[in-house]
Design a protein around this ligand. Structure first.
Ligand code: SAM
Length: 340
């Protein structure tokens, strides 16, 4: 039995939702549809239902097959990966919040740095799903080299997920939904995969924090490559040229992106009876348990008023704005599923 067999009960046929069986180099549904496993990655990608949305998805897939994000350069060891994830704060807090026996699913995992980092706790089961084979291959190479046998990478589409409903204790999707034509529809698909009482972690471009980047984008549109160093990342000395190239393409040349506000995502939560837990950056005050900059992501935090949220988000232009203006909200699915 190889390690993919251990997670077979968590996988589903993306077309029918039925269970899958293992057959030589493929996963097969009971009608005989085969999904090949190539270099350990089960290729379970099926199209989005609407033709227009599928065209957009394919454009995005071509982009991320070329620009594998985030870059792996220099990350050749679990300790380096760990250092990087912890430096961001968010990675550290997420790792601290997720229990050791959790099933974690990261959708739109890209090159799987977060997936692999969370999989360094060997008692967790961690699945990384993305549509870009080039990105998944990089993630899988790292997992194989470092014998992270509890980490598995799958090719799949958010809008036809090859994952069983209600199987994830924690589902993470950061930096992804804003590259799809239907972010809220994508959120609802993701939520179906979360266990009752489990957590959903959503990272999106923020409407306010991304304003400076939007202005720079207009500038680069007019001036081409000449003024690229206006972007802080393009001036960094600790980042190599390929990684800078990937960052620039992802931020300024992406075929599609949308921007979202805190209140919009809170509305998604409310409409699906998901309880708001926390935000990174914070959307109101910290809770007393949070001392010395520690964040308790799975602990309920207060919301501010809509005006308070706008004021917080305006201030993000000067903090996370430099890093692309991505904010994260964490929610908890109710234990008893109410109709939404
Ligand atoms: C900006 S990268 C984010 C990668 C990673 N989550 C991170 O934060 O570093 C966006 C990723 O979303 C993936 N993606 C976009 N649309 C998708 C879809 N419909 N199904 C699966 N993956 C998708 C892309 O292939 C890409 O790897």
């Amino acid at each position: 039995m190889d390690t993919l067999d251990t997670v077979l009960p968590l996988l589903r046929c993306p077309a029918t939702g039925a269970a899958l069986m293992r057959q030589a180099g493929a996963l097969v549904n009971k009608e005989g549809t085969q999904y090949p496993i190539i270099e350990d990655i089960a290729q379970l990608l099926t199209p989005t239902k609407s033709v227009k949305e599928e065209e957009a998805r394919q454009r995005m897939q071509r982009f991320y097959e070329t620009f594998t994000f985030p870059g792996y350069d220099g990350i050749d060891d679990p300790s380096v990966l760990s250092e990087k994830a912890k430096r961001s704060g968010f990675g550290l807090w997420l790792d601290q919040a997720i229990p050791p026996l959790a099933t974690v699913v990261e959708v739109g995992c890209g090159t799987g740095q977060m997936t692999n980092f969370l999989g360094l706790v060997s008692t967790r089961t961690v699945l990384g799903v993305d549509m870009s084979i080039a990105s998944l291959t990089l993630g899988n190479r790292f997992a194989t080299q470092h014998r992270l046998t509890n980490v598995h990478f799958l090719q799949g589409n958010i809008f036809a997920l090859p994952i069983r409903e209600e199987c994830a204790d924690v589902l993470i999707c950061s930096g992804v939904l804003h590259h799809t034509p239907d972010p809220q529809g994508g959120y609802r698909e993701l939520l179906k995969r979360v266990k009752p009482g489990g957590y959903i972690v959503i990272g999106l471009y923020n409407t306010y924090a991304r304003i400076p980047l939007g202005l720079r984008k207009m500038l680069f549109h007019v001036t081409g490559k000449a003024l690229r160093k206006v972007d802080y990342h393009m001036r960094r000395r600790d980042v190599d040229a390929r990684k800078k190239e990937i960052w620039f393409a992802d931020q300024y040349r992406n075929p599609h992106e949308s921007w979202h506000s805190v209140d919009e995502v809170l509305r998604w939560f409310d409409e699906t009876h998901v309880k708001f837990m926390s935000g990174v950056p914070a959307i109101a005050q910290d809770v007393p348990e949070e001392k010395d900059g520690q964040k308790k992501l799975f602990m309920p935090h207060p919301r501010a008023t809509p005006i308070g949220h706008i004021l917080h988000q305006l201030s993000w232009m000067f903090s996370i704005g430099r890093e692309g203006g991505l904010f994260v909200l964490v929610g908890q699915k109710p234990l008893l599923q109410e109709k939404s």
